[in-house]
Design a protein around this ligand. Sequence first.
Ligand code: Z15
Length: 797
Amino acid sequence: MEQLTKEQFIKAFKAQLHTDYLVDNSEATAEEHFRTLGKLIKQYVMSDWLRQRDEIIKEQKKTAYYFSIEFLPGKMLQTNLLNLGIYDLVAEALAEINVDLNILVEAERDMALGNGGLGRLASCFMDSLPTIGAPGFGNGIRYKYGLFKQRIVNGYQIELPDAWLPSEGSVWETKKPHSAVDVKIYGSVYLTPQEDGVLKPVYENVKTLHAVPYDVIQIGFNNGVVNNLRLWDVELPEKYELDYQTLADRRRVEDITSFLYPDDSSRDGQAMRLIQEYFMVSAGLQTIVSSYAKMQLPMEKIHEKVAVHINDTHPAMAVPELMRILMDDYGVDWDDAWATTTQVMSYTNHTVLSEALEKWDAGLFKEIVPRIHQIVGEIDRKFVKEWAGKVDTGIIERTRIVQNNQIHMANLAIIGGHSVNGVAKLHTELLIEDVLKEFYILFPEKFNNKTNGIAQRRWSQIANPGMSALLDDLIGKDWRSNIHELSKLEEQLTNSDVQSSFYQVKQANKQKLADYVKKTLDIALPVDAIFDVQVKRLHAYKRQLLNVMHIIKLYQDLKANPELDMTPRVFIFGAKAAPGYHFAKSVIKVINELANLINYDTSLNDKLKVVFLENYNVSLAELIVPAADVSEQISTAGKEASGTSNMKFMMNGALTLATLDGANIEIKDAVGEDNIVIFGMDKDAVYAHYDKHDYNSRAIYESDQTIKRVVDAFIDGTIPNTHYEGHEIWDALVSYNDEYFLLEDFTDYAEKQAYISELYQDKHKWQAKVIKNIANSGRFSSDDTVEGYAKEIWGIL
Ligand code: Z15
């Protein structure tokens, strides 16, 4: 953008307020101030935005499109100001007219069009793509309601709709009715020969949806690059209004983009979800192909200018949909269409959990997307034919797309693309050795790893201004644009002045969180305690219950011996449970009741506190992460594909308490064994139990007095108001053989927690480890991750 002065800004700001709201600066609400600033930002980047778009067409640049059913940006005001290089100028200018930027920041609603890690990763990539100057655009859905708002009532999770969109729309988006496209679903289709003998599909009784794009600006960091996140909304097509005569018919159409499915990684085949997936894929690809067509290049070479990324299996219909468009709309023959499609497409797998690998009932699939069903059938048939006789038939049967009347979306994404990547080293190894090993036999060249990363500017400069100012003092400001400069801290690990400065920053961040907890929950937290944090979706494999078991042990130890010399601890949880995930909701109830029990027991002398923060989201993470001393990353080894909060905590100077799972392993490699606390079974030990079927949780329960005492606390009345939930948990741990091995890992976990308590007493040792972690966090920048995708998968850099 052009050079901007404070005076120009103030003038423009006041004028815009007048025009839009007919108010003077002093009478405007925070919301009006926020939207006005947002509008100005959009004006400032408009020319960069248009230039980027025109350049791509003029210079025929290869472009990557990141297809994702979720994006989880959170608030965008601070990031946009920072990336534009006008953060300080705007803050100061606003202060001059008595407007507090922080209040404007608060006025923005979180954009929560995602559940958790997968959606947040997509948004980190949206921040990094323009920052590294890559032509990479997002493609997703503009849900009217984001992920539900969580309230805790009597210890139970209640879900409320998240009406994040103001009636005027989001200030960061631009509606583009001009670029709308039609998407067809339902009906039936048959093929009929044309004069030239080519088969053409004839559709009958289809429903036509009108897909309208909303383009959201994605501003690169200090480089004048502005990319685009295109979110699709559905409207009733005027041309086909006779297809929707009743209000109920219309409502059904509007429902398509009305909400985000709130399950993190499991799904039970709802028709509406399938429609969402096809809607976004079809609208996105139609647009991409028609803009490629403007380049006047041959359709069989579209892979030279276009890369489409399939983020998890949800957009996997991109494969047959591109085939459809190329064949039916542009007359490309099957073989040419297939050759280019497979070079356009690439796929990221985010999980080894089989319930998260989508499978659709073939009947439902055929009903909703009949032409896509035909094409998938043909891809499947050709796949089987191609491999027949070359490999064992068992392999073909297990890797083909259609099995037992189900469409396996991961298989479709793998067969229909040129690249399959996992999201951390261990995860990619597991894909190759286990989950996708038969695909690896067929297509070894497709497999590669891209360890996840985080948008470091949000998770350092924005979330932690105190630490950022300290870093400026210690190593200069270059780290703000080159995160690898953080390694300069290596020279200062043992400098006690530096150590105490980091300590003070941490204590101030803890105080800020404590103030929030006091205000929202009326619980006073001692900030000299260790702040021990586990924030992530509630899921059995993430083992929040293991954390709970340890808290119960501490409680029991303290009750038995009130004089116990124990480093005070504050345990902080934040977690949403999928509304239909019964067990996860029971864990939430138990955490809340345990918190009540502990927090109001004065005999514990403030040595132990437990807080469950409701409605964990990106904004809350920005408050919590900088305040953590301990980062809990305690999933059963082999289950957490990567994890990304582990990286955020590390960058903010928390010590990681972890199993050897996901990216925890790479954090360990980065900081060395002495600067992370590892416990429990590794993936091989877990797999040995799977192979030998020799795990016996009841035997552990019966032979270990401590474990027995802790587990029995769930059913012996220790925790009030949890009769039902307590039994459910006890049964899972003892009667149903403890699927995630909590009992086996418990002893080591509790010992390592005791070690942490002891270590924290030695401030010098502790702080040296803290600084070591910050110094080595640069390698988890999503700028670097995305550069890997851009160069090695998409070929756009
Ligand atoms: C999700 O958030 C993740 C995987 C999934 O299959 C779905 Cl459906 C949602 C997470 C992984 O659990 C987490 O380990 C990883 O860091 C994240 O995706 C981003 O790759």
